[in-house]
Ligand binder design. Sequence first.
Ligand SMILES: NC(=O)c1ccc[n+]([C@@H]2O[C@H](COP(=O)([O-])OP(=O)(O)OC[C@H]3O[C@@H](n4cnc5c(N)ncnc54)[C@H](O)[C@@H]3O)[C@@H](O)[C@H]2O)c1
Ligand SMILES: [Zn+2]
Ligand SMILES: [Zn+2]
Length: 393
Amino acid sequence: MRALVWHGKGDIRCDTVPDPQIENPGDMIVKITTTAICGSDLHLFDGYMPMMEDGDILGHEPMGEVVEVGGDVKNLQVGDRVVVPFTIACGTCFFCQKELYSCCDTTNRDAKKAAEMMGHAPAGLFGYSHLTGHYPGGQAEYLRVPHADVSPLKIENDSLSDEQVLFLSDIFPTGYMAAENADIEPGDTVAVWGCGPVGQFAIQSAWMFGAGRVIAIDRVPERLEMAAKQGRAEVINFEKIEGGVYDRLQEMTNGRGPDRCIDAVGAEAHSSGAFDAVLDKAKAAVMLATDRAHVLREAIMCCRKGGTVSIPGVYIGFVDKMPMGAAMNKGLTLKMGQTHMKRYTQPLLDRINAGEIDPSFVITHNRPLEEGPELYKTFRDKEDGCIKVVLKP
Ligand SMILES: NC(=O)c1ccc[n+]([C@@H]2O[C@H](COP(=O)([O-])OP(=O)(O)OC[C@H]3O[C@@H](n4cnc5c(N)ncnc54)[C@H](O)[C@@H]3O)[C@@H](O)[C@H]2O)c1
Ligand SMILES: [Zn+2]
Ligand SMILES: [Zn+2]
């Protein structure tokens, strides 16, 4: 089959690789009809994620048609149309029982290595390195899906296109969990850093939780425009304002600060010359640091006393210069995590079915899988108005 394969930092190719096979009775094979590139994939492309290996198949936002099932699969059958969430959950361990699916204790096949780095191993993820189980990903013609009965979501409404339901695999639930983690109370002012796909869904979801105002921050004009038009957000272009984001946000909230702050940027934040960001960049370049956490620091500084900072943005390793004094003395709550997908997929599908939201609004590029390698660059460099890439194997 054809698949997008990682060969090193900045080197992704569309290769011919062996088709996946059923390995366990709980597995299924899905023929991928539509798949996407995620902001998280950019951390792999840019070499921020350790433990990638030459030959790893990428991709964790796929959907398609079931073409084979193992003997233990009860809920799905050949011919079913499914969205496959990016976290692999067993459904039965201590963490899955608590609906902490991205903390599943049994699916990370590299648990020992991951625990050395993180204290405990998070769940296995599709196409996301040897830190999260080295599972081949879904930017491919076929995908082996372990624990097929647990997370995959059957789509029965044929009038919905792939593009309308695909993002139940990751970014819609991720934006939604970000808003939920933000503890939004009716009327709250919610600031969202990052107007990429995750930020766009965090904005949409903030309204669902009763936000009174949403303020979106980025520097890419078309992303800010989408946040303003589709997301009804007030926007700040952090490269175009006098002073800084802190001053602007305090001004907009009469000095109190936003009640809830969402970091939908993560480990690769940009900045227009802030001291901490310059240091991060220098340290990352010589491997003295792994993450550029400028946005997280800024969100902590901006957030109102007693507020919440919710972090869907991915961090990978170690971060320094954290304003812990500010977080502690202002009494902030910090919540974060890879999305506990299975909690959210069915309720959000119900919202799509009810016509409350059509997630396809974020798509700017819909192309053949073969063009994937080029589109990784387009997406990373925000060229050609690119906000979200969807690929057809
Ligand atoms: N928690 C999860 O389960 C989960 C799932 C999916 C994605 N993610 C993470 O969410 C983050 C966003 O994903 P995405 O697909 O939207 O990525 P993206 O790269 O398309 O978007 C990031 C956006 O942040 C903006 N940005 C950079 N520096 C900024 C700054 N200083 N202030 C404000 N905005 C800034 C960029 O211009 C860009 O538009 C990534 O870190 C990704 O790994 C997490
Ligand atoms: Zn993702
Ligand atoms: Zn589990």
